[in-house]
Ligand binder design. Sequence first.
Ligand SMILES: [Ca+2]
Length: 209
Amino acid sequence: MDGLPRYWSTLFDVTSSTSTERKRSGERSVKITDSKNNGGIGLRSARIPVTPGLKYEAYAYAYIEGGSAAVYIEFLNEAGGELTLANAGITSLNEWKEARVSSIAPPTAKYATVRLYLGAANVGTTYFDDAGFRDVLPDLSANLINGQFELIDHGRTSNWRAVDGIVAWQFTFMLCSLIDLLKMMSLNIGGFVWGMKRTSTPRKALRSA
Ligand SMILES: [Ca+2]
């Protein structure tokens, strides 16, 4: 029986070890054996720095041989004190199942950890593998008003206005004078050189509110 997986620590009185008996990826998973029905046990990841107000997601796969399991995301303050907890549970037996939970970092949050957890009343053995943590991007389209173009005012699309005069860059030929050619001998190709010309082309476009 091997020791604990690197960067994970035990939570309460837990019997756990890396295991090669079952794995969803690679050669190993972590095995937690819960023999008591009075007190939750689990593993806690290393602390991950977070930004208050942003949404984060924790996930892991569990293979439950008996009982049930859960994945937690927990936010800690600078001193390591627990601020909030959120969890997702799994109850299916004898197959790798993913649990995924998301939560917003509270105002004084400094770190998050991922918990792989077997609850107080639970008894049984669970393997965990492929745990992860990431920030969840906000729904950007939600901040754009009338992005579906369903709102209409006086026959026109609401909250959008017309713009034009977009500046475009184009490649163009330039006919060079003899003096220019003498200055740019190295670029001379049969009396012409390639150059960039900034042109203003009228365009039609819409701009959001
Ligand atoms: Ca693995």
